[in-house]
Design a protein around this ligand. Sequence first.
Ligand code: PLP
Length: 362
Amino acid sequence: MTEKRLIYLDWNATAPTRPQAVAAMADAAGLWANPSSVHGPGRAARAMIEDARERIATGIGVFPDQLVFTSGGTEAAALVMRGMSAARRLVSAIEHDAVLMSAPDAALVRVGQDGIIDLDALRDILGDGQAPALVALMHANNETGVLQPIEEAYELVQAAGGTLFVDAVQTAGKRPLPPADFLAVSAHKLGGPPGIGAVIARCATGLHAVQKGGGQERGLRGGTENLPGIMGFAAAIANSDRDWLVEAAARQNRMEARLKAAGGRVFAERAERLPNTSLIRMPGVAATTQLISMDLQGFAVSAGSACSSGKVGASHVLSAMGVAPQEAGEAIRISTGWTTTDSDIDDFCTAWEDLAARRVAA
Ligand code: PLP
């Protein structure tokens, strides 16, 4: 029996774990000592964590003592949004639910039709003489791939005496980290395992633990450290490079040109975007129909936004960009990575064109 093909184009959801990360986790899984124990095996586990912390920090260009390990991007966002004392909170309307749900009382900063945060709106809402705010913005959006003007935003936030938290989950490993007081990163988006990530605290003033427990991570995140996860995270970073992004950009251009010629619409097309992310509408075909058809043909893609139940929900990102619900419901996201090939994309384009042609013929 021939094996069904799988062309994985859902890297923004999770990147395949790098083999070196799997090996590092397997090695660490045999170590059962608690890194907080004072005996020899405990000290050995602690030494491994601190060595991994240094390797991760060096890899992403921060200082080791700025890393606070968490269970991933969601917990990193919650730690900053809930653990920072602030008179008020502002979040962009296109933030991931990890941020939106951890700051339900936050005021929303709008974005333009191109999916870029409106810096004038941010300036207004920061206001003159108003209480300093904790502001959450994402470096790149997970659905559209649109890169945000973090440097300009940070200047505004600093001028207003506020604090900036940046969700860098989709850009860590792909771009240098932008300036900010706090950032969130997650290992499973860059070839490490799920269940491990970090807050990067460039300035820890005012940050309090949400989960206190045994006072691990300098009192900022209690709970026995995830040693295998941390080792996998470090191995993924040590074995990653950014060379593939050049080819990803060429593939993105080719794919988008082909799908547009076949009737597709690329969201946020003219904005600066990650070269691995395209959100594309097939007019007249519901995203769920596209997903099922693609899945049957061996292509793993996703709708712009998928709930944990696997159902396709309405995209708050497209809605914030002023896209009508029906159009938003016809968008699927194609996200690529370091093992994606030209022929993966060519085959996907052919399948997309066939489906679009069938819809026109129907
Ligand atoms: N932030 C963004 C932009 C994401 O894309 C994701 C995951 O999809 C998260 C946060 C949550 O990260 P994690 O899955 O590590 O909790």
